[in-house]
Design a protein. Structure first.
Length: 242
């Protein structure tokens, strides 16, 4: 346990130092290929860091927050886009928080979201998640493989939603930022597309839209035309998200 804590501290020290490098050095370079080249070592480092953690849960959270989400934010940052780019530049601590956590600041022009119905709040999600973990732990050998797979999917869905919600709540309470809601009642989805693109984990959806969907669509439009270019763009975004 002591060794795992030491490894975790080393990993997050490396992440903080890397983001300081991005803030003080990469940000001073012209946007585009030069800034992107300066960030390539950071992308490689962020890919390798979770491998230094032996706990599957901690490694998974680090991979989601840093290897996946922070890398995409830095990719946008290399072209002066996304939440890490602002004029004037945001303070260092805010740059690090936005890079590391799955949060999205609310734009001034954006209106408040509509009132929610049947709110599945954080406390309810924690209770359901605890029950799922207990059932899987105690009755894994007795459950049919299909039911077990469904329970694992529900557990992953709730765990991601809880982590993102806690991140938003912590940042809102400590920094006072006005943030976009992490999800829009995903349990009320009417289809897989509605769930994946409009309701669940909106930070990831927004990141994929700007880093994968729009560039692929723009690249395919001269070849396939505007009508068909969205198909490979949607497929690419889905494959990356999976």
């Amino acid at each position: 346990m002591e060794g795992e804590i030491k490894n975790l501290l080393q990993v997050w020290f490396s992440i903080t130092a890397s983001l300081c490098y991005c803030y003080f050095i990469s940000a001073k370079l012209p946007k585009g290929k030069y800034r992107l080249l300066s960030l390539l070592p950071i992308f490689c480092l962020f890919t390798l860091l979770p491998l230094h953690l032996s706990s599957a849960f901690v490694a998974s959270v680090t991979a989601f927050f840093i290897t996946w989400l922070a890398s995409f934010k830095l990719l946008l940052f290399s072209f002066d886009l996304g939440p890490l780019s602002s004029n004037p530049p945001q303070p260092l601590f805010l740059f690090i928080i936005i890079a590391c956590l799955p949060i999205r600041t609310k734009q001034i022009s954006e209106k408040s979201s509509k009132p929610t119905n049947l709110p599945l709040n954080l406390a309810s999600e924690l209770v359901v998640l605890s029950l799922l973990i207990g059932v899987i732990h105690d009755y894994r050998e007795l459950l049919h493989s299909t039911i077990l797979l469904i329970l694992y999917c529900c557990m992953v869905f709730l765990m991601v939603d809880v982590l993102v919600t806690l991140s938003n709540a912590a940042v809102r309470a400590t920094v006072g930022l006005e943030l976009e809601p992490p999800s829009d009642e995903p349990y009320l989805s009417t289809s897989l597309q509605d769930f994946w693109a409009r309701r669940w984990n909106l930070m990831v959806t927004n990141t994929l839209r700007h880093t994968i969907y729009k560039p692929v669509r723009s690249a395919c439009e001269p070849i396939l035309g505007r009508e068909w270019a969205s198909l490979p763009a949607v497929l690419s975004a889905f494959l990356v998200s999976a």
